[in-house]
Design a protein around this ligand. Structure first.
Ligand code: C2E
Ligand code: CA
Ligand code: CA
Ligand code: CA
Length: 276
């Protein structure tokens, strides 16, 4: 916070207030958002680095508020977590992603983001099982994306919960790898299929930044030796794609190969991107 002495304090206070007010407004609207049908999912293609064939989609949540317009999950997921609304929202996301993916014309995977708060909810595993059984989606077609922060809380049981998820035949991926709390020890206790390399390293590597190059090389080498695959996130340019492919990354996600799109648009991609 700003220096408490001097005139800065008063300039800072109204801003703090506006922030809290904004959160309150979002929270109230969020409570009604699902029943009002204001949420939908977009799907972003994930392709093979080798031949650009489609390997799956990541489901990304979208909230269109009648007055505020489209609100980014980057903004409302944190509010939902604090207001204890992430469990019902996360349940809706899981159910919807499974129901839409089961109707796709090919058996590619759908990846669903799971927030750390949601994973620690006691009903989490039950809601995953119910999303699978209601939709009929085979477990091996579902991938759950978690971040390193799930391992931060001591005694939270994250390893056990993730173990139950793996026992169901669901895949796990480690999202935003390298940007949060690093706890490499957990990589040996939880069987992740995929490590997702954050966009910041992708950009750095394409600019030939030595640190980013070293980090991407190290992640790819580690993933290879642990029998995991790697997905580079946020690939926007041909240069980024070529560099990432040269560094041995297996899968690519980013605007270069497709922006997040609604289900009906995603279906059209199958004919053009799927190996025949
Ligand atoms: P994330 O899981 O890291 O998702 C990737 C984000 O990068 C998405 O932002 C995606 O639209 C964006 N992106 C993809 N390709 C590119 C690219 O080439 N360039 C750039 N600049 N960006 C790209 P989005 O959809 O706004 O989601 C933001 C974050 O919100 C996600 O980050 C994820 O942490 C969270 N989120 C999204 N959907 C859900 C959800 O259903 N549940 C939970 N708990 N969190 C979600
Ligand atoms: Ca993700
Ligand atoms: Ca990510
Ligand atoms: Ca991210």
């Amino acid at each position: 916070s700003k220096d408490a002495g001097g005139g800065h304090y008063h300039a800072y206070e109204p801003q703090l207030h506006a922030h809290a007010e904004e959160r309150r407004v979002i929270e109230i609207a969020l409570r009604k958002a699902i029943e009002k049908g204001e949420m939908h999912l977009c799907y972003q293609p994930v392709v093979s680095a080798e031949d650009a064939s489609l390997t799956g989609f990541e489901a990304l949540l979208r909230w269109t508020h009648p007055e505020m317009g489209v609100i980014s999950p980057a903004k409302f997921v944190a509010v939902a977590e604090e207001a204890r609304l992430i469990a019902p929202i996360g349940e809706w996301v899981l159910r919807t992603a499974c129901e839409e993916a089961v109707r796709w014309p090919s058996d590619v995977r759908v990846a669903v983001n799971v927030s750390t708060e949601q994973l620690h909810d006691s009903n989490f595993v039950t809601s995953v099982i119910s999303a699978l059984s209601h939709s009929g989606l085979p477990p091996h077609r579902l991938e759950l994306e978690v971040t390193e922060s799930v391992f931060m809380r001591e005694g939270s049981g994250a390893v056990a919960v993730l173990g139950q998820i793996l026992d169901l035949g669901i895949h796990l991926s480690l999202d935003d790898f390298g940007t949060g709390y690093s706890s490499l020890g957990y990589l040996s206790r939880t069987r992740f299929s995929t490590i997702k390399i954050d966009r910041s390293f992708v950009q750095g590597a394409a600019r030939n930044a030595p640190e980013s190059l070293a980090i991407v090389r190290a992640i790819v080498a580690m993933a290879d030796s642990l029998n995991m695959t790697t997905t580079a996130e946020g690939v926007e340019t041909e240069e980024e794609y070529l560099m990432i492919r040269r560094l041995g990354c297996r899968k690519i996600q980013g605007y270069l190969f497709g922006r997040p799109m609604v289900d009906t648009e995603a279906r059209k991609l199958f004919s053009t991107l799927t190996r025949s």
